[in-house]
Design a protein around this ligand. Sequence first.
Ligand SMILES: C[S@@+](CC[C@H](N)C(=O)[O-])C[C@H]1O[C@@H](n2cnc3c(N)ncnc32)[C@H](O)[C@@H]1O
Length: 286
Amino acid sequence: MAFNKENTILLSYRHSFHAGNFADVIKHIVQVEILEHLLKKDKPFEYIDTHAGAGLFSVKSDDMQKLQEYNNGIGKLDSNNFPEISRYFEAIQAYNDTKNLEFYPGSPAIAKHFLRSHDRAWMYELHPQDFKHLSNNIAQSRKIKVVQDDGLKGLNGLVPTPSRRALILIDPSYEIKTEYELVIDSVIKAYGKFSTGVYAIWYPVVERNTINMMERKLKNSGITNIQQFELGIATDSSGRGMTSSGMFVINPPWTLKDKMSSLLPKLAQTLAGNPELFKCNILVEE
Ligand SMILES: C[S@@+](CC[C@H](N)C(=O)[O-])C[C@H]1O[C@@H](n2cnc3c(N)ncnc32)[C@H](O)[C@@H]1O
């Protein structure tokens, strides 16, 4: 992170270096599960992506090739072994002509694959370069608005959404330490105006204490019906980067917990060789 002359923050995180990694896998599986649930009714819904990123990532790009994190994520998954998440693989396949992974869809491309003509989406991206990529990858339309602005402020202006059915995906880069608290405060504020939305908040486990703080804040917020899903590739450690990542889901589909409780040990075994590196909890009861 850096600051320019006006002392505003210049974002340095670029998701293109990390696309398709183990953190994207759990995030996008949960995203697809929630979208599938919303699609079960004919009634329209809204999708809000507060931190959209570039939308779609080329596996051959220098960025993805530099760290090759996808090799420890999507690259390790064989769709034949995971029929229960066939719609996640379907979304990926929709952006690839062959069985070879040439493109990995980010959350905006995944959402776009599932949205119907009467659903609506807002996708926020602050970084000028990634916003340009997002606009090229996800064409703006009557259905989809692509916005270069702060997604958490945008969220506050959009809720409650017109149909009162929505998935709000909050996937920050947490470049600034205060973002962990800011995210929870923003969700509490949005929930105060729109308590029936499904909120999916991604978090990285770099320092476990920070995640414990997020959990405490959520538990004390008065928000009900919160679940937590986490997938790791190593046990907690301090100073060794991201060892696990997870999602807090407010108002989850009623099927999500059962699905994740059988899926997560299988994913942990496949990605980390340890079927115990996961969490599947009810944080706050309904
Ligand atoms: C983890 S990435 C998003 C990845 C994306 N959701 C996906 O699944 O493909 C986070 C993105 O948020 C952007 N960002 C950071 N702060 C933001 C803010 N306040 N509002 C909107 N976008 C922001 C960053 O530039 C970065 O592209």
